[in-house]
Design a protein around this ligand. Structure first.
Ligand SMILES: Nc1nc2c(ncn2[C@@H]2O[C@H](COP(=O)(O)OP(=O)(O)OP(=O)(O)O)[C@@H](O)[C@H]2O)c(=O)[nH]1
Ligand SMILES: [Zn+2]
Length: 218
């Protein structure tokens, strides 16, 4: 290696993530490749599930915010677990796509214990926004830089984003990933999550038109 090579390599732009491992992951939904990353900036471990040929444009993509209670224990407080399953099913049906499972996003970024405290306050009558604020915490502390870095690493220039949250689209665009379309991921409400869904629609501007008949238009 010449001295010139070293200077070039040191000044080349570096991805914010390091691709550490790839392993075949057969699931109940279909065949995926689990791609494990280390975030060079936070040090956190992150995971992308990849199905089919994903490089290029308009890749069906879900950025799934970690929710231990919903994703693992099928909590009915929120619809995260159902959305996770639906997203994996849709990706397999499409024949190609990516699910990035965002650790560090638990509780919209406030962490598990704070989320549980916020859920308790919601049981006492606050909505999800008021509960975070009552705890002295941000309403939404999620950052999408690492998701964009992972998509860049996978060669994805633009996505069709499986989400009802306009902020996710804006965040990805701000980090240099095109969003060709936002694909709704609407789950049937249940009595236990209707209050949470109402707050997401009315206070967090999530696009949840299937609730219009139930809650009236807002
Ligand atoms: N702070 C707080 N976070 C919650 C609560 N219920 C679920 N979450 C978290 O909210 C995150 C998911 O955010 P949501 O606002 O439900 O949905 P989203 O991911 O922004 O939008 P979609 O892409 O449409 O699913 C997960 O990290 C959950 O852990 C709650 O009552 N309080
Ligand atoms: Zn959840």
């Amino acid at each position: 290696m010449t001295e010139h090579d070293v200077v070039y390599r040191d000044s080349a732009p570096r991805s914010g993530v390091e691709r550490v491992v790839e392993v075949r992951l057969p699931t109940a939904y279909g065949e995926f490749t689990a791609v494990g990353y280390r975030d060079r900036i936070s040090g956190e471990e992150q995971l992308a599930l990849v199905h089919g040929e994903v490089a290029g444009g308009r890749t069906l993509t879900r950025l799934h915010s970690e929710c231990l209670t919903g994703d693992v224990f099928a909590s009915r407080h929120c619809e995260c677990g159902e959305q996770l399953a639906a997203a994996l099913r849709e990706i397999v049906a499409e024949g190609r796509g990516i699910l990035v499972y965002l650790q560090g996003h638990e509780g919209r970024g406030i962490g598990l214990l704070a989320k549980l405290r916020a859920m308790k306050l919601q049981g006492e009558g606050l909505d999800t926004v008021e509960a975070n604020l009552a705890l002295g915490l941000p309403v939404d502390a999620r950052d999408y830089r690492v998701a964009a870095d992972i998509l860049h690493d996978l060669g994805v220039a633009s996505v069709r984003l499986l989400s009802n949250n306009p902020l996710k689209r804006e965040a990805l665009v701000a980090h240099g990933i095109g969003v060709a379309a936002q694909v709704p991921l609407l789950m049937e409400p249940c009595p236990e999550n209707i209050g949470y869904l109402r707050a997401k629609r009315e206070r967090l501007a999530h696009d949840l038109p299937h609730l219009d008949g139930l809650l009236g238009r807002s």
